[in-house]
Design a protein around this ligand. Structure first.
Ligand code: PMP
Length: 363
């Protein structure tokens, strides 16, 4: 519906805000959705019933409590948070990325991450008027240690984000290089473990050793993307400061109640993640066997692969009802690249069949 009446005068808005496009969430109506790294498996019906019952008992007239009956402690113990460290909850880890940068956004602050990586690091930096430095990965998407250390020395970043494994490339970064980064960083290093359930490689135990290290996690990829719950773990002194810029009541009672119930049922989500790890191996094998397709190794629940004509392959897959993500234009190192989320066995089969048909490989 188009707006009626006089148009507003938008000149009070920031020029940089007016100049950009909003983060695009493409419509997936009627499509097989393999674009957003979601867990494709729903919860078992009995558990969904329990969720419904629990949600039906929440006091919707009240603001969420500061620490809902020890939920943060239960989350910390379920997720292996070292003793003495604190965690802060966010409306998805997206919000926590924003809050960390906001709290550090002194006039000269620089935010740094390898590139290509998760777009929100750069977007949040810009929204908070921080300079952003993206240090190119090597062509095989490993960290360029020399370039990274030189950039840290030159720009003295307030915050460094390391997506481990990295989105959109899928690989884990070399732990010895990450440790060097933590050692020389003049400010914070946030290791973003959004894809932990598929990588099973964590920096969590190290936060007690390195006071400038924070670990960022989310329940989204584990199977709860719809409830929007992320958590940030670090030294209590950091968390106390970030808490000051957190909007009060940023995590709603329905999210808290669902997450609390799911902490008692993590085995179900862990089993789903195990299935997806096995499917990832199968899908990577099928991609590698497809002439003209070059998949990259993945420790996440998605696979990056290169084809000759990414735009037409992406469009032709969509034509056949399959939505993946075209990242070819995101960064020069991603030329030719598409990213597919690992789905259920039958979804992956459907995707591979369609991809082979599109590229003209006999079935
Ligand atoms: N970090 C990384 C590396 C991601 O890929 C994503 C989502 N794509 C997020 C954080 C944000 O996740 P959420 O806001 O759902 O917790």
């Amino acid at each position: 519906m188009s707006a009626t009446g006089p148009r507003p005068n938008l000149s009070v808005l920031r020029d940089d805000v007016r100049a950009i496009d909003a983060y695009a969430v493409p419509s997936a109506a009627g499509l097989l959705k393999l674009d957003a790294m979601e867990n494709p498996f729903p919860l078992p019906p009995g558990l969904m019933q329990q969720v419904g019952n629990r949600l039906g008992r929440q006091p919707l007239n009240r603001y969420p409590p500061a620490d809902p009956k020890g939920f943060k402690e239960r989350l910390a113990s379920a997720m292996g948070v070292p003793d003495g460290m604190r965690l802060m909850l966010g409306n998805g880890s997206d919000e926590l990325i924003h809050l960390v940068i906001q709290a550090c956004a002194r006039p000269d602050a620089v935010v740094l991450s390898p590139a290509p990586s998760f777009v929100m690091y750069e977007m949040s930096a810009r929204f908070n008027r921080c300079a952003f430095v993206g240090v190119p990965l090597k062509p095989d998407f490993t960290l360029d240690a020399l370039a990274l250390l030189a950039a840290i020395e030159e720009h003295r970043p307030a915050v460094i984000f390391l997506s481990h494994p990295n989105n959109p490339t899928g690989n884990l970064f070399d732990r010895s290089v990450v440790e060097q980064v933590i050692r020389v960083a003049p400010g914070l290093v946030v290791v973003d473990e959004a894809y932990l359930p598929f990588a099973q490689d964590t920096w969590m135990p190290q936060i007690a050793r390195w006071p400038n290290l924070l670990v960022l996690r989310t329940l989204s990829k584990l199977g709860l993307a719809g409830i929007r719950l992320g958590y940030l773990v670090g030294h209590p002194d950091w968390i106390a400061q970030f808490d000051k810029v957190r909007p009060p009541y940023n995590v709603n009672v329905l999210t808290l109640a669902t997450a609390d119930l799911m902490l008692e049922n993590l085995a179900i989500l862990d089993a789903q993640a195990a299935t997806l790890r096995a499917e990832r191996t199968r899908l990577a094998g099928a991609l590698a066997e497809s002439p003209g397709v070059t998949p990259f190794p993945s420790s996440a629940n998605f696979i990056l692969f290169r084809v000759e004509k990414p735009d037409s392959v992406f469009a032709a897959l969509k034509e056949r009802g399959i939505l993946i993500r075209n990242v070819a234009g995101m960064h020069p190192l991603l030329a030719g690249c598409l990213r597919v989320t690992v789905g259920t066995p039958s979804e992956n089969q459907t995707f591979i069949r369609a991809l082979r048909a599109v590229i003209g490989i006999p079935q």
